[in-house]
Design a protein around this ligand. Structure first.
Ligand SMILES: C[S@@+](CC[C@H](N)C(=O)[O-])C[C@H]1O[C@@H](n2cnc3c(N)ncnc32)[C@H](O)[C@@H]1O
Length: 232
């Protein structure tokens, strides 16, 4: 049964949505980038988090994905659905069972049924959302009770493509903003993780640091809507 659609609660001001490059995001991502956006230490931490939090039977949505999903190689999920902006990258991603392309700054409605996904992953992607409130509301619609949204990021970005709310803020503000946007749509207070990682190779052996690891983990309550009302 379709859930009641709640109005989206706006959190960002118009100026906080401004980004330097106002060109079509789909054009920016038209050429595939078969690169790792995050270093090995960050990726290992993220994969460990996924192993800990996502059960093997889960339907997983990798939103804002590319040719890699960072899921543990030895775990099979019921289905891994991918979304992104570059078809070649998504086709090359060995973890995806299916995928679609959609510019989330042009259209925030996700083509997924209510309560159909157990875990949503967003890696180094939230920082490019100009309308994160509408996405957070959609995630509340598509995630099943007890399902998670895991938003992970580091301290880098394509600066010209990130809205001002991200470019003008520090790491702790980023964590707080993601949490605030989720909670404004009815998600319970999320868990926040902020950790150092070790630099890859010899630098790491002598204490050098790698990409800092930040994650916001929101969990949909069991059997009730986040506002406490029971689900119809
Ligand atoms: C830095 S990459 C991260 C890719 C991947 N999650 C990873 O871990 O390597 C940023 C990704 O955000 C997504 N993205 C950026 N802007 C977008 C937009 N306007 N609509 C939809 N996806 C977007 C694209 O999929 C792009 O590959």
């Amino acid at each position: 049964m379709a859930q009641t659609v709640e109005p989206v609660q706006q959190v960002l001001s118009a100026s906080e949505r401004f980004k330097l490059d106002a060109g079509d995001d789909a054009l920016f991502y038209a050429e595939p980038r078969f690169v790792q956006h995050l270093d090995a230490g960050f990726r290992a931490r993220l994969t460990a988090l996924y192993r800990e939090r996502i059960p093997p039977c889960a339907v997983v949505l990798d939103l804002m994905s590319s040719w890699v999903s960072h899921l543990p190689d030895d775990v099979s999920y019921e289905e891994v659905i991918g979304h992104g902006l570059n078809d070649q990258e998504l086709q090359a991603n060995p973890r995806l069972d299916r995928h679609w392309r959609q510019n989330l700054n042009a259209d925030q409605r996700l083509p997924l049924n209510d309560a159909s996904v157990d875990a949503v992953l967003i890696v180094a992607g939230w920082q490019y959302l100009q309308y994160p409130e509408a996405i957070a509301a959609e995630l509340l619609r598509v995630v099943r009770p007890r399902g998670h949204v895991i938003v992970a990021f580091s301290n880098r970005m394509f600066f010209q493509k990130a809205p001002q709310i991200w470019t003008d803020a520090g790491d702790r503000d980023h964590l707080a903003t993601v949490a605030r946007v989720l909670m404004a749509q009815g998600w319970p207070r999320p868990e926040l993780i902020a950790e150092d990682t070790r630099a890859p190779g010899p630098l790491g052996w002598i204490g050098g640091k790698g990409d800092p690891f930040f994650a916001v983990i929101a969990t949909r309550p069991d059997g009730t809507r986040p506002d406490g009302a029971s689900q119809g």
